[in-house]
Design a protein around this ligand. Sequence first.
Ligand code: F6R
Length: 608
Amino acid sequence: MCGIVCYVGEKEAKAIVLEGLKRLEYRGYDSAGIAVQNGSEIVCLRAVGKISELERKIGERVIKGNSAIAHTRWATHGEPTERNAHPHTDESENVFVIHNGIIENFFAIKKNLEKRGIVFKSETDTEVLAHLIALNFEDSLGEAVRKTMSQVEGTFGIAVIHRHVPGEIVVARRGSPLIIGIGEDGHFAASDVSAMVRYTNKVVHLNDNELAVLTAKGFSISTAQAKTVTRETETVEWQPEDVELGGFPHFMLKEIYEQPETILNAMRGRLEPGEGVPKLGGIMPVWDHLKECRHIEIVACGTSYHAGCVGRYVFERLTEIDVQVEIASEFRYRKLNFPSNTYIIAISQSGETADTLAAIREARRKGARLLGIVNVVGSSISRETDAGVYNHAGPEIGVASTKIFVSQLTILTLLALLLGRHQKLSLTEGVEAIKSLSELPEKVKKTLSQDNHIQAVAEKYYPCSNWLFLGRKYQYPIALEGALKLKEISYIHAEGYAAGEMKHGPIALINPEMPTVAIVPQDSMYEKMISNIQEIKSRRGPVIAIATEGDDRVRQLADEVIEVPPTLEYLYPILTVVPCQLLAYHCARFLSRDIDKPRNLAKSVTVE
Ligand code: F6R
């Protein structure tokens, strides 16, 4: 999705914002642009394609200036062309604006402005902002932006400069994230902390309907109603090297290999081995109510939704709570009626996914209590939920989510265990769970050690254009996740199915050219999965089995076997997903795909 980065300070701004834009590349985009201000001179350049195209356009040109705004665009209104790329400007080219989000009443505003004789240069909704701010400008850019905020509907994170107000950047938000960074020699604003983590880890989050005026020396925040806001500075944990490849060819592979550490980070300081109860400080403010909870609705999208689907089985195994899982974008179409002891759990890596945010806002309107499982500290979902648990997984740069999935599963298990110990689980069960959780990082490492074998399997099957992933119970969501990983980064068509559903349709597809990944650890579904594998084999379909180590029965049946160490049934998904991730990765690599930035995808989906 679109990305914003800006800087005003004592240094040359161009290099700083270009570097920031590169850190936002992972979010997915199709064009980029920059405006650098030097006194009353503003140089604006835009290009279609990668940031390297923008750099090529800048070439040897010396662009001086201590303040700059820069943007990566992911087209919503108008094709990805240079004239639709940001920054956009007004007719007299005084105002330059970059924008994330969608101005919903842009058509009506545009018609009005056209009646006044204004000629539009792009097909974007954003351009109305440039014209409105120019018309509203008297002598204060902040006031012009404030007035404009009252005229537009929809979502926005914007950054604006004005030719006659050098040394000042005004940023504002409603619905799209914006974070201010406090550097030693100036101030930053960005839609994502990774854009500025190289320069500062001191940040201040802007809330909805607030604007901030940034200068080299300071910043001031106020509401859309002109009320001054004071807000504490936060320190982010992320390090500059978190956004570097560190010797790996892709962020996705780096993040797959980080998973033992990710699981440790999700559990760090949260395990009480002797008492068999985890400690989750983030939910303590609501504990008195939460511990009586008997009904949970999990809302999430994509991979986070798959984590929720595993979570349902884990909660139902460990607690007395009955759990529904809903795709966030569908949640609002349901007849929502929550019993008083209901909690909604929103799961989101970015904490900014528009559909998930809309779902929790709808749930809030209906009076529900909200928890969040979120990676990005200070993100919208983390702030709009009553309480929650952070993943502490560091930034996930690869567009395809990997390490956050295992982190989400770990945290869902901790939460279920905490509630379960209160509701029904014995001390012995709690102690066993914590012991098994503690063993997971080593077991993931062991699974990763089969990477060469998994690569060889991928090399054999990557030319097949259709794949099936099958699992039952805990492994059904892993089948969905395995298929999603493969399709999104390799563009191979893949379907994830509950194995029991196979005979109700997909079995018609089975033939020697269509591999099936059968997820068959030694759990309560084992015998049924074995039958499914036999059904596929008798139709000459190749089977890649993900099985418990040393399983000779599976070895005799399947064409390929990838092993995972034994664990408790409800923890197996944390292991079985790893071969699925690596299979997808290697297939995509054999097909020379753009693994970290697959086509059409965005890391943080901030439009509904
Ligand atoms: C798939 C993937 C997406 C995200 C989804 C939700 O690999 O990354 O399906 O899981 O867009 O994003 P978050 O978790 O940020 O809400």
